[in-house]
Design a protein around this ligand. Structure first.
Ligand code: SF4
Length: 333
């Protein structure tokens, strides 16, 4: 059964940081702050509507949950906790900063039914973290990950691709270190440059430019393959469409089909490797049935790509083939 989240946005009240990519004004100013009664109402409504609560988590997203004032954090947890347990929702997810994790806070989260913790790592290059004013180091991510595991929580890591001062070596360093931590889940966010942020100013002054769309999607394809090989689930790739992103974005990478484009690259590479070993120019490529459109490519771009090289490919589904694998099931001249 598919996993679902009841997403509740918690603005990061009074965040002392000023990360280069974050528009605090938008995050903290435009959103209404939910209170215990709101959480109760949201959970009651969701419980009445959702058919499989055992596969559903209450998810506090948006800010750094463990950095909000503790009285407010407790108000939220106390309101959500009665909806968690046997015959109720599976648990509670939260997202937070790596330097806002310690034993006391983990004990508290455990007591209130939190099951999964996602850390905004963003980069594992200290140079990049510093240039983007994150206020924590890569060691903070590694230490927090160890503690989270020790307390038995599901661990998620979020990474951002294309930040200020980041080159491809930094991106691969981040990928290597995150894969080595082996979180249960990752979210990959290609950078979105918003106006009213330091990144926006740097970008508009010409001081900062990021990768090309092609380079970013190729890198993310590498990352997705690496995570899949390690059994790490990529639960998000690219930002959701949102009014504030579309209104305030001045650069970076936002595409409604970002994940599909990256996964298309994976299939294009795999097919290209095989094409080199075959003599036929009419290939039937079998893939997992859930991946047929990814193998064909966004708007059939992979089919077109090979056609330009004189190779016709036909994609078919085969349940025995794992995700991201292919099998040439027929070669005709
Ligand atoms: S991204 Fe940075 S500045 Fe924005 S809320 Fe999180 S910690 Fe604060």
């Amino acid at each position: 059964m598919k996993h679902a989240n009841i997403s509740i946005f918690i603005p990061h009240i009074g965040c002392p940081h000023r990360c280069s990519f974050c528009d605090q004004r938008t995050i903290s100013g435009a959103q209404r702050i939910p209170h215990g009664e709101d959480i109760k109402e949201i959970c009651e409504k969701a419980f009445a509507e959702i058919k499989s609560p055992e596969n559903t988590e209450i998810a506090f997203f948006g800010g750094s949950f463990t950095a909000i004032p503790q009285a407010y954090m407790l108000e939220l947890l106390e309101a959500a906790y009665p909806f968690v347990g046997n015959d109720k929702f599976k648990g509670i997810r939260i997202s937070t900063r790596p330097d806002c994790i310690d034993r006391d806070v983990l004990t508290l989260l455990k007591k209130y039914g939190v099951t999964a913790i996602e850390l905004g790592a963003q980069s594992m290059s200290d140079k990049v973290l510093e240039a983007n004013e994150r206020g924590h180091s890569s060691a903070d991510v590694e230490n927090a990950a160890i503690l989270i595991r020790e307390y038995g929580f599901e661990l998620g890591l979020q990474m951002m691709v294309g930040l200020y001062k980041s080159d491809m070596a930094d991106e691969f360093e981040t990928l290597d270190k995150i894969a080595a931590i082996r979180p249960d889940t990752v979210r990959i966010y290609p950078v979105v440059i918003l106006k009213c942020t330091r990144l926006g100013d740097l970008y508009q002054s010409g001081e900062y430019n990021t990768f090309s769309f092609e380079d970013v999607t190729e890198f993310v394809a590498d990352a997705m393959l690496r995570f899949a090989d390690k059994g790490i689930k990529v639960i998000k790739c690219g930002l959701h469409a949102s009014e504030f992103v579309e209104k305030d974005m001045v650069g970076g990478f936002y595409h409604p089909a970002f994940r599909e484009i990256c996964e298309s690259h994976i299939y294009r590479r795999k097919i290209a490797e095989t094409v080199g070993c075959k003599d036929g120019n009419n290939l039937v490529v079998a893939v997992n049935p859930t991946c047929i459109s990814k193998a064909m490519g966004h708007k059939k771009s992979n089919c077109e790509y090979f056609k330009e090289q004189g190779i016709n490919i036909k994609i078919i589904g085969n349940v025995d083939i794992p995700k991201y694998e292919i099998k040439i099931s027929e070669v005709r001249r």
